[in-house]
Design a protein around this ligand. Structure first.
Ligand SMILES: [Zn+2]
Length: 325
């Protein structure tokens, strides 16, 4: 018991130093330290989901150190300056690369603007995965120190493969956003009636009919090519909501193609959005007024559903649940 408390203490110290650690800017070749980059612009985008005190609700996956009793998600009220931030770029690159999505009006129909939204999201996912890997390593190291005679196993392979894929897609997107070369991505933007929610994520969905999403080839060997995935950004802007869906042309994600089509043809996308929020995301934001208008019972069901499906990446998740209806 005493050892358990000590392990917890050491883990907590290590966790906090991982989060506080300086990180290098993600711009290729830059050696400056990253500042806190906002994934989505504060004024004009995030400000659409805040209350009068500049706060919004964030629904997020609890980090590995804090998980207990099968609970994976928490709902937290966060300030506009602190939420949606990650150590991505140095101040100079944060300003210079993202100018088109940080000044008004944002031309959401421009392919370079769509690429920039996707690029920042990809960088967020990459940094999160790097941090997650360090956390896994810290857990392993700590357990080994405290219980040297026991066998410890922490499988970091999926995270390492994820990092490798994200680095590939990042560099492919840099052709477009940094080097002004022809795009290797398909970007789609669909606008619909305003929903006061925001999310930015890159998802890899297992598709039985698309071998590009399979971790092993037909002979059972680990694949060396990246897994097909998508990049999603959804937010309100100037009275409408918009979703930007991107994917690499050589590694298409059919789930995302289907998503684009179904939102474009829907008169009420609430169920489609609810499915993404409930079954696919590890982090998203919602306006307090909207969140508080959802009955408590519905929120409980939402959290339960999110827990039940938290590690489900299958193509079809079919349920009746709709957070907004
Ligand atoms: Zn930099």
């Amino acid at each position: 018991m005493k050892a358990d408390i000590q392990i917890k203490k050491v883990l907590e110290t290590r966790r906090s130093s991982i989060y506080k650690k300086d990180r290098i800017c993600l711009y290729p070749g830059c050696t400056q330290n990253a500042i806190g980059s906002h994934v989505l612009q504060r004024l004009g985008i995030l400000s659409n989901i805040t209350d009068s005190t500049n706060h919004f609700y964030a629904i997020k996956k609890i980090n590995l150190f804090e998980m207990n009793e099968g609970k994976h998600f928490i709902v937290d009220k966060v300030g506009i300056n602190d939420g949606y931030k990650f150590p991505g770029f140095c101040s100079q690159h944060d300003d210079s690369i993202f100018r088109l999505v940080e000044t008004h009006p944002i031309n959401l129909d421009s392919p370079i603007v769509q690429a920039l939204f996707s690029y920042r999201t990809l960088c967020l996912e990459l940094r999160n995965k790097e941090i997650e890997l360090e956390i896994f390593d810290a857990i392993y190291k700590t357990l080994k120190e405290f219980r040297p005679t026991q066998l410890h196993y922490v499988n970091t392979e999926p995270i390492k493969l994820g990092i490798k894929d994200l680095k590939f897609f990042k560099s492919e997107l840099e052709r477009e956003v940094i080097r002004n070369k022809a795009s290797k991505f398909i970007h789609n933007k669909i606008s619909f009636d305003e929903f006061k929610i925001c999310f930015s994520a890159s998802l890899t969905i297992y598709d039985p009919n698309n071998p590009l999403t399979h971790e092993e080839d037909k002979y059972g060997r680990a694949k060396t090519t990246p897994l097909a995935s998508n990049i999603l950004n959804c937010f309100p802007y100037q009275g409408k909501s918009h979703i930007i869906v991107s994917m690499h042309k050589d590694y298409p994600c059919h789930w995302a193609t289907g998503l684009t089509k179904s939102i474009a043809s829907s008169t009420d996308p609430s169920k489609i959005l609810s499915d993404i929020l409930t079954y696919r995301l590890e982090f998203w934001g919602i306006q307090p007024k909207l969140y508080e208008s959802i009955p408590e019972e519905k929120i409980s069901t939402f959290l339960r559903e999110s827990e039940d499906y938290y590690d489900d990446y299958s193509f079809d998740i079919k349920t009746k649940f709709n957070l907004f209806k």
